[in-house]
Design a protein around this ligand. Structure first.
Ligand code: GLN
Length: 512
């Protein structure tokens, strides 16, 4: 097995024993990036010099027996949505193409303190809006298992980076599935923590009541290790929960006795690919062989989850994205051109004697806003802003936004009821394995429907994890989703690890 095919937990053993140096490890991943990322397109920027310098420092400190952090010397990739002081943080948008944050996100600060080695920033759907990474303003990311196919999204760059052995660990964000779905399509482990478990301070907001930051890795242990490092209370995020963080990486290998697993009747209706269904059902059998019991449960409001999510998420987005106005920060339209355009419009209206038109002519400020936002945002982001603005407008607020909030409560209650009977819920992560690039980009509704199994965890605020559980005939990974009650990440990791230990799906690597 090549070094870059090993897990972070394995690397850490080598680093701690002195058998492996961070410089060597970091160089291995940088070489791998150089060798394959021109085909995959996972990274928006790579900081080879910075990473090697940092690795050297950590090796020196280790050699001198000085204190080092939890992830000391491990290379790590970060989705380009977390603010990193002085580093361009684009959110894959033209709007933030030049944006250098003056501060670190809390998660970045924690990773820095843990002595992780940042190798680069990963591609994503613009402002995390999408499920294919095709909505990036800069490049398309390809699935390492089949370069014609999408890695999923919006954290497609992070998932692909781990799947292709370009980083052992990566950070993603999940508002409606953006960690779990690409993890599933790329055959790696991805996890969305409980809402409030990880600080959102310094995370560029998409939908603030749904956004969570979480880990990607090649194994459940790796994801546990990374979550343990980034989780915890942060006074700078008022929604951050002030509860202790268990040592997930210590407890992950404890199998759960008398585990009751729920499978959701509504998950096995129409629209589920046969190969995905049989891989997921085979996973249920694995659990039975491990002593778990399976129980049929119902989440009666899950049929409304996609509709609810696509009212709430765009509504919050329309408000969060109001700040990109060309004044506060980010891209601004060319002012000379803008003034010339305005003057030409005025002349045209004057010549035509159009009094009403003249009265409604933009001020220079409004024209600047209009042009800035028209040029700075891509089509999917504009679609979300329009959907959200509509749903929040005075005449439609009750009919859409308020109704969606009521449904959100019912969806949450479905989970509360279900978790009265079972410890974990298991099921598919996506209706089908990875789709072709371009296959859905012309059909936003089809794209939104891919989120059918993922969005309810965000609406309910509960943790969800995806790990590989099979392969399609065409050789594409199939993911299994597990969900647990709020703050039961430990149970989620232990349950996932049981499956991982009993099977070999985690051993497969994309051939590149
Ligand atoms: N695919 C979903 C969307 O487009 C989820 C995105 C996310 O989790 N960031 O909104």
């Amino acid at each position: 097995m090549a070094l870059f095919d090993q897990t972070a937990t394995e690397h850490l053993k080598g680093l701690e024993s002195g058998a492996l140096k961070s410089v060597e490890l970091t160089q291995t991943y940088l070489d791998r990036i150089r060798a394959v990322d021109n085909r995959v397109g996972a990274f928006l920027s790579v900081d080879a010099d910075g990473a090697l310098k940092r690795a050297e420092e950590i090796d020196e400190r280790r050699a001198k027996k000085q204190r080092v952090g939890r992830l000391a010397g491990l290379p790590l990739a970060v989705k380009d949505i977390l603010c990193e002081r002085g580093k361009v943080t684009t959110c894959a948008s033209r709007m933030l193409q030049q944006f250098r944050p003056p501060y670190d996100a809390t998660v970045i600060a924690k990773l820095r303190e843990a002595d992780a080695v940042f190798v680069g920033r990963t591609n994503m759907d613009e402002f995390a809006m999408g499920g294919s990474t095709e909505n990036s303003a800069f490049q398309v990311t390809r699935n390492p298992w089949d370069l014609e196919r999408s890695p999923g999204g919006s954290s497609g760059g992070s998932a692909a980076a781990v799947a292709a052995g370009m980083a052992p660990l990566a950070i993603g964000t999940d508002t409606g599935g953006s960690i779990r779905q690409p993890a599933g399509l790329c055959g790696v482990v991805g996890m969305k923590p409980t809402y409030g478990r990880v600080s959102r301070f310094g995370l560029i907001a998409f939908a603030s009541s749904l956004d969570q930051i979480g880990p990607f890795g090649q194994s459940v242990e790796d994801a546990a290790l990374l979550l343990e490092t980034i989780a915890g209370h942060d006074p700078r995020d008022t929604t951050s929960l002030d509860v202790p963080v268990p040592a997930y990486s210590q407890s992950v290998n404890k199998p759960l006795a008398n585990l009751r697993i729920g499978w959701v009747r509504e998950h096995f209706g129409g629209g589920l690919d046969k190969e995905v269904e049989s891989a997921v059902r085979a996973a249920f059998e694995v659990y039975k062989s491990l002593g778990a019991t399976l129980h049929e449960i119902s989440l009666p409001h899950s049929k409304y989850a996609v509709a609810t999510y696509y009212v709430i998420a765009p509504s919050e987005a329309s408000s969060n994205l109001a700040r990109y106005d060309g004044v506060h920060f980010g891209y601004r339209t060319d002012e000379k051109e803008m003034l010339a355009e305005l003057a030409a419009d005025r002349r045209r209206l004057e010549t035509a004697g159009d009094k009403a038109g003249l009265e409604h002519l933009d001020s220079a400020l409004v024209r600047m806003y209009r042009r800035t936002r028209a040029e700075g945002f891509g089509p999917e982001v504009k679609r979300r802003i329009m959907l959200g603005t509509y749903a929040l407008s005075a005449g439609y607020y009750d009919a859409y936004y308020l109704k969606a909030l009521k449904l959100r409560r019912l969806i949450r209650k479905d989970f509360d009821d279900a978790f009265g009977k079972v410890d974990l819920i298991a099921g598919p992560i996506t209706p089908a394995p990875a789709f072709k690039i371009g296959e859905m980009s012309g059909d936003p509704l089809a794209m939104y429907l891919v989120d059918i199994y993922t969005v309810s965890a965000n609406l309910a605020g509960i943790p969800g994890l995806c790990l590989p559980c099979g392969r399609s005939q065409a050789g594409l990974p199939i993911g299994l989703q597990l969900q647990a009650p709020a703050l039961e990440e430990e149970r989620l990791f232990c349950g996932a690890r049981m499956f991982e230990q009993a099977t070999d799906w985690d051993k497969g690597r994309a051939k590149l």
